[in-house]
Design a protein around this ligand. Structure first.
Ligand SMILES: C[S@@+](CC[C@H](N)C(=O)[O-])C[C@H]1O[C@@H](n2cnc3c(N)ncnc32)[C@H](O)[C@@H]1O
Length: 353
């Protein structure tokens, strides 16, 4: 997923730095601001136990699948509904289940009625986030997944594989520059293509993992780990507004929405890490409470916390070092006049006392 702050392209830098500081000699890795979960996935693939967390529910869903699911899924409860499911071949069964979902007729549900051109025609705000066909396909698949869960035809693990796959697939057809803060006035090419639901793979690993959906500063009291990795937001843009559509698809809660962009209520999901007045106190509280051997913090040189703030707070916890990498700037929208195309990404480290 094209996600603001994704560390996908920085995984080598993160991995090399963590290996240098820890000698790769640790068991549990905690990704407490997990987003898409790519960093936790990397450590899960290396055989570690992973604890993943994010306050956004769509992110929880992605992590619940990528991190929480660690055995192949069989969908055996659906063998009366879908022909050709086998007793043991997970790959084949997943293919059949996705084929079935892709063949459903569209349904005029919440996404169609509020975010497609046909569904919002004549409304105060006509919205163009999805084509009519893709919005109604998303609604049909979302409804079926919930129906299967409610009638206990799929397990919780299977539910999250389907839902995470729907979120990731639907996002590819959104008619936006990248985030859901606005839609484009003309359909772009990728938005005009027909939505195809593609299965997200299960990362097989022998450990049991933990996935949470909490505020980091609450969860920190409840967990212990060897490596605590922090990748908080670093500017004032709230993830809750940028990704409101994914939250609504994930929750399936038909929220009251407002304005031109159809934004759901998000006051309870405002992050203190996006507030100039609150971030320092929140960060200090988190670091103070952490029960871990090592802390690594990804942060950008243009963030709300200064390098001096980070150094001051982290040094109180143990031996502090900082690693730096030049990085191509994330462009949320191509029309904005960015000062510079290059920015620096830092990895601040502490070996705790
Ligand atoms: C920079 S992104 C993380 C990106 C992630 N490392 C990746 O590669 O996809 C920051 C994440 O922190 C989450 N977040 C913000 N404030 C939070 C809080 N107080 N507790 C938990 N998660 C929070 C946001 O929802 C967002 O997904």
């Amino acid at each position: 997923m094209n996600y603001i702050g994704s560390k996908y392209s920085l995984l080598n830098f993160i991995d090399e730095t963590i290996a240098e500081v820890t000698g790769d000699n640790f068991d549990t890795f905690c990704d407490i601001f997990a987003g898409t979960g790519v960093v936790g996935q990397h450590y899960k693939k290396k055989g570690h136990k992973v604890i993943a967390n994010d306050m956004q529910y769509y992110s929880f869903v992605m992590n619940r699948h990528f991190i929480g699911n660690h055995k192949p899924l069989l969908f055996s409860g659906l063998n009366k509904n879908i022909a050709g499911l086998t007793a043991k071949d997970s790959g084949k069964n997943v293919e059949k289940v996705f084929e079935y979902l892709n063949s459903l007729d569209g349904k005029k549900g919440f996404i169609y009625n509020n975010y497609s051109v046909g569904g919002t025609e004549g409304f105060e705000y006509s919205r163009m986030y999805f084509t009519d066909a893709n919005a109604s396909k998303c609604d049909a698949i979302r409804t079926k997944i919930e129906e299967w869960k409610t009638s206990s035809l799929i397990t919780e693990d299977e539910y999250f594989q389907l839902l995470a796959s729907l979120i990731e697939s639907t996002d590819k057809y959104a008619n936006t520059a990248s985030v859901y803060g606005a839609f484009l006035k003309q359909f772009k090419k990728s938005a005009l293509a027909d939505l195809v639901l593609k299965p997200l793979p299960v990362i097989v690993n022998k450990k049991e993992h933990e996935v949470h959906n909490k505020d980091s500063n609450i969860l920190i009291d409840e967990i212990e780990c060897d490596v605590l990795y922090l990748d908080p937001p670093y500017n004032e843009r709230q993830y809750a507004t940028n990704y409101h559509m994914l939250e609504t698809i994930a929750r399936n809660d038909n929220p009251t929405i407002k304005g031109k962009t159809g934004l759901r209520e998000y006051q309870h999901q405002k992050s203190e890490y996006c507030s100039r007045g609150k971030v320092k106190e929140a960060f200090e509280d988190l670091i103070q409470k952490a029960k871990t051997k090592y802390i690594f913090v990804s942060y950008n040189n243009e963030g709300l916390l200064s390098e001096a703030d980070l150094k001051e707070i982290l040094s109180k916890k143990g031996e502090y070092r900082c690693f730096k990498k030049e990085y191509a700037r994330y462009k949320a929208d191509n029309n904005r006049d960015y000062k510079d195309n290059k920015t620096f990404e830092y990895l601040h480290c502490v070996v705790c006392k």
